[in-house]
Design a protein around this ligand. Structure first.
Ligand SMILES: *[C@@H]1O[C@H](CO)[C@@H](O)[C@H](O)[C@H]1NC(C)=O
Ligand SMILES: *[C@@H]1O[C@H](CO)[C@@H](O)[C@H](O)[C@H]1NC(C)=O
Length: 392
């Protein structure tokens, strides 16, 4: 016990004169808003402060890193270090990953270092509308992941128009299918939540999966809906979406430029046409639209592009043997097609089959020749030819 007291006393003497005081220890702020962290500090008489900064990351054995040096904060930090008091750190355009404990550090000319710990806990939240309740009598709650500082006033919007202002985050409504609601916090109306609605946002495709022939043209039929008070800013198709990035409009992706045609309009049609299909066009295609303030994307439509391949078994036979020709595609064409068969570039009379298999029974030397096949409606896109050799 004695030694503990002795220790405490030593610590006290050493720290005497050194301190960092934060004005607020915990802040909950809206994503996109600006926050100000404030502190003041004291140090030992005789020392001279040589550097001051804020940091969040500090590994054992390494010096903490000045926030001003971190690329994630580039262009979003303002640091007002007036030598004595009010070391304000201002972070603008807050992101959710800015949530952290922020600490202030200073160093002096006599090798003195001090960190104000614990620091300021910053939590960044977005706004979401949660819908609960019965069939159409609903309770809407404007939710945040932390409790907003300064008892905010909530603002509610119905179909884009302000309908309510209240210190409670709850709102009871009769929710009809055509209506949409969003919420905001007074003073930052620009950072409103995404709108929620029962049925107003949709992308509908006629088919979720399409099998099409190489060289043919496909129309990916699509329609979309959104609340009428919104205005379409941008509507486009994409195939790749890297997380954290905006998907790229396919019509400006190298290789697709000038290849695809968007047949949609700014109201309800979003059909995409791809002429002269290539095997490399096989992908999941998704439609996305951006309105004044909202973004919405449909699920992917899977497009498989196939060529027609003739398989011959065997390719070299003796007379009176049988030969099987198979017309293969990578996916099942819709509607199920009729297959046509060709010898030396000419249709074989009465040879059309519903099955992709055609048999030559008991062949003779006259059956020697080049064979190919095609699917109905795409006779202009036949398979490559295979040569049959019949030996006597
Ligand atoms: C695709 O749509 C265009 C324009 O509406 C139409 O002219 C064309 O016939 C359609 N093509 C196919 C393969 O459905
Ligand atoms: C050819 O096919 C017919 C009918 O299936 C069969 O009877 C015959 O034995 C086959 N010929 C040979 C050589 O396999």
């Amino acid at each position: 016990c004695n030694s503990l007291v002795f220790c405490d006393c030593l610590v006290f003497l050493w720290l005497n004169g050194w301190s960092v005081t934060y004005t607020t220890q915990s802040i909950c702020a809206l994503k996109g808003s600006t926050v100000k962290l404030t502190c003041s500090y004291t140090y030992r008489i005789g020392h001279k402060v040589t550097s001051t900064f804020w940091f969040t990351k500090w590994g054992t054995g390494v010096e903490p890193e000045d926030l001003g040096q971190e690329p994630e904060y580039a262009g979003r930090l303002e640091y007002h270090g007036d030598k004595k008091n009010g070391h304000n750190l201002i972070i603008t355009d807050l992101r959710e990953r800015d949530s952290a404990e922020y600490k202030f550090r200073f160093k002096t000319d006599q090798n003195g270092k001090y960190i104000g710990s614990p620091g300021v806990t910053l939590s960044v939240t977005d706004l979401q509308v949660k819908v609960t309740g019965g069939h159409q009598d609903k309770t809407l709650t404007c939710i945040t992941t932390c409790t907003l500082t300064d008892n905010p006033t909530y603002i509610w919007y119905k179909n884009g128009h302000k309908v309510k202002e209240d210190t409670s985050s709850l709102y009871s409504v009769y929710f009809s299918d055509a209506d949409s609601y969003s919420c905001a916090v007074k003073g930052r109306e620009d950072l409103h939540s995404p709108a929620v609605c029962q049925k107003c946002w949709s992308v509908i495709y006629t088919r979720q999966s399409i099998c099409a022939l190489k060289g043919s043209t496909v129309n990916i039929s699509c329609s979309y809906t959104y609340p009428s008070y919104h205005e379409i800013k941008k509507a486009f198709w994409f195939t790749k979406w890297e997380s954290g990035k905006d998907p790229e409009d396919l019509s400006s992706v190298p290789g697709y430029e000038g290849h695809i045609e968007y047949l949609g309009d700014k109201k309800s049609d979003c059909t995409l046409r791809i002429p002269d299909l290539r095997l490399s066009d096989s992908a999941g295609y998704r439609f996305r639209f951006i309105t004044s303030g909202e973004r919405f994307a449909g699920s992917p439509v899977s497009l498989t592009v196939t060529d027609v391949v003739l398989e011959m078994d065997p390719t070299s036979v003796s007379e009176r043997e049988n030969v099987t020709l198979t017309c293969r595609t990578k996916c099942t064409l819709d509607p199920i097609t009729v297959y046509s068969w060709y010898k030396n570039g000419q249709p074989i009379p009465n040879s059309n089959t519903y099955s992709p298999v055609y048999r030559l029974f008991s062949v003779s030397s006259e059956d020697t020749g080049r064979y190919s096949c095609a699917v109905e409606g795409h006779e202009d896109l036949p398979s490559a030819e295979e040569t049959l050799t019949v030996t006597c």
